[in-house]
Design a protein around this ligand. Structure first.
Ligand SMILES: [Zn+2]
Length: 150
């Protein structure tokens, strides 16, 4: 009789331990399911942001989702590299144009200095507003000198 009571008590104890264990497992399963759902949503959002098609398909395996994100990252890296090459080429072209403009500007400045050297009040055609007395400094030459000083 005592042995029977002890056996039943132990069996009950085992059943309770088993039940608690199963509840714990179920709780962990639910937690993992929730984390997996978040992960799935995050990966789909990333695939969407990266422009990978089919990210919202009803069923996607983890491998398929990773492939889509990987494709998106590769695509982004490629397009960024192409964009960077384009920007560098434009920069180089602009630099070349700047050098050309500098050379043209230098040539024009040289020419202006040469012309200024030959310019005298008496060989300039003055407009009526620019007329000045013989003793006054030439207004046209003063304007040319001011412009060349810049
Ligand atoms: Zn003058």
């Amino acid at each position: 009789m005592l042995a029977e009571i002890e056996r039943l008590r132990t069996a009950e104890g085992d059943a309770m331990t088993y039940k608690a264990g199963m509840e714990n497992v179920a709780q962990q399963r639910d937690q993992l399911k929730a984390e997996n759902k978040k992960f799935d949503e995050g990966m789909r959002s990333m695939a969407c942001s990266l422009g990978a098609g089919g990210y919202n398909a009803e069923t996607l395996t983890a491998d398929q989702l990773v492939d889509k994100v990987q494709w998106g990252l590769t695509n982004l890296a490629d397009s960024s590299a192409m964009l960077l090459d384009k920007v560098r080429a434009e920069r180089d072209q602009l630099f070349g144009m700047t050098e050309q403009l500098k050379a043209e500007n230098d040539a024009l400045r040289k020419l202006a200095i040469e012309l200024r050297g030959a310019a005298k009040c008496y060989n300039l055609h003055h407009c009526k507003a620019e007329q000045h007395g013989i003793s006054e400094p030439c207004k046209v030459l003063a304007r040319i000198d001011a412009a060349m000083a810049k």
